[in-house]
Design a protein around this ligand. Structure first.
Ligand SMILES: [Zn+2]
Length: 148
């Protein structure tokens, strides 16, 4: 098996705010991330596909096809958007790095039909990223946060 990774970058804004919390609780839990008008990040997304290289093409999957999938599922949806307000898949969720990584997993996983989606890694900044892998229990992506 070979793991192939493609990297793309997009910019988006977000705000952390839990409507179940008081304003003070939101400020305490989320700090600056709760500032009322949100703030932006340049996200870096790494999408890793696992598979066997095709004996004829030498490729795990058609890279132009993967590019189209990323364009359609991620860039068109999230680039230069406000994640809280403009991405229906994130409605009612706090758009943390973990939650955005999981939403991206759920969008990409059914679309990748050559090889299999192995990992979605989303960098919110140079020192913070979340990884999402297949959750063996229910087939959905499972995200964890790592601070490097
Ligand atoms: Zn942020």
């Amino acid at each position: 098996m070979v793991l192939l990774t493609r990297k793309i970058e997009f910019s988006a804004s977000h705000r952390y705010d839990n409507p179940a919390f008081s304003a003070e609780e939101n400020r305490r839990v989320f700090g600056k991330c709760n500032n009322p008008h949100g703030h932006g990040h340049n996200y870096i997304l790494e999408v890793t596909v696992a598979g066997e290289p095709d004996p004829v093409t030498g490729m795990v999957l058609d890279l132009s096809e993967l590019k189209k999938i990323l364009e359609r599922e991620v860039m068109a949806r999230m680039d230069h958007r406000h994640l809280n307000l403009e991405v229906p898949e994130l409605a009612g969720k706090i758009p943390t790095c973990e939650n955005v990584a999981r939403v991206i997993w759920d969008l990409l996983e059914p679309k990748i039909t050559q090889g299999a989606l192995h990992r979605v890694r989303l960098y919110e900044s140079a020192d913070l990223f979340a990884d999402c892998y297949r959750d063996a229990a229910n087939g959905n992506g499972s995200a964890g946060r790592l601070r490097g």
